[in-house]
Design a protein around this ligand. Structure first.
Ligand SMILES: [Fe+2]
Ligand SMILES: [Fe+2]
Length: 187
């Protein structure tokens, strides 16, 4: 049953990524969401986090801003609300829904919220890790989405990477240290 719910959620998020209204383009599905899901599952044992909760939270963590650009600025607030609507609709257990919402609420580097749970910390690390793994996605965001100039975009990406890096737990930094240092050298 959980697997069925997961598949339905996955379909809905992928469809939202493919919709014309998604300002990030379909690439956010292939280059970010799926990557965060994979990272979260990989990191779950290190954080003593529930792998099912982190998988659902990873799938849904940016859903609000993908669905509606106006929700981007506060998507750590709208994310849990949107997640709850979907999870309720598919009959996902209430206690687990709360855990998924908590993790989504604390996932952003730019918004300082104490990590409330192992799952929240795991998701935040998986999200930050994916930024460090995907500098081209950030460059695309800067130049195409935000329409920045060369140096403005370079600096924006660099600072985003630095913030993501600072959000990583030390043992997770070790996993992506090579990529981080290489990216900084280029930027
Ligand atoms: Fe996000
Ligand atoms: Fe994200």
């Amino acid at each position: 049953m959980i697997e069925t719910i997961r598949n339905k959620i996955e379909k809905i998020v992928e469809q939202a990524c493919a919709a014309d209204t998604n300002i990030f383009g379909y690439d956010i599905w292939t280059h970010h969401i799926l990557q965060v899901v994979q990272n979260a599952k990989q990191l779950a044992p290190r954080f003593d986090a529930d792998p099912e909760i982190v998988e659902f939270a990873a799938l849904l963590h940016d859903y609000a801003s993908i669905k509606d650009e106006a929700l981007y600025a506060d998507h750590h607030i709208h994310g849990p609300i949107e997640a709850e609507k979907l999870l309720k609709r598919f009959g996902y257990p209430e206690e687990k829904t709360e855990a998924v919402k908590d993790a989504i609420a604390s996932h952003r580097a730019s918004v300082r919220i104490e990590h409330r749970s192992a799952e929240g910390a795991c998701l935040a690390n998986a999200d930050a890790m994916s930024h460090i793994e995907q500098p081209p996605s950030l460059l695309y965001l800067a130049y195409v989405h935000h329409g920045m100039g060369i140096d403005e975009g370079r600096l924006w990406v660099k600072e985003k990477l630095q913030r993501s890096w600072q959000k990583l737990r030390e043992d997770v930094q070790d996993i992506v240290r090579d990529r981080y240092e290489a990216a900084l050298k280029v930027l």
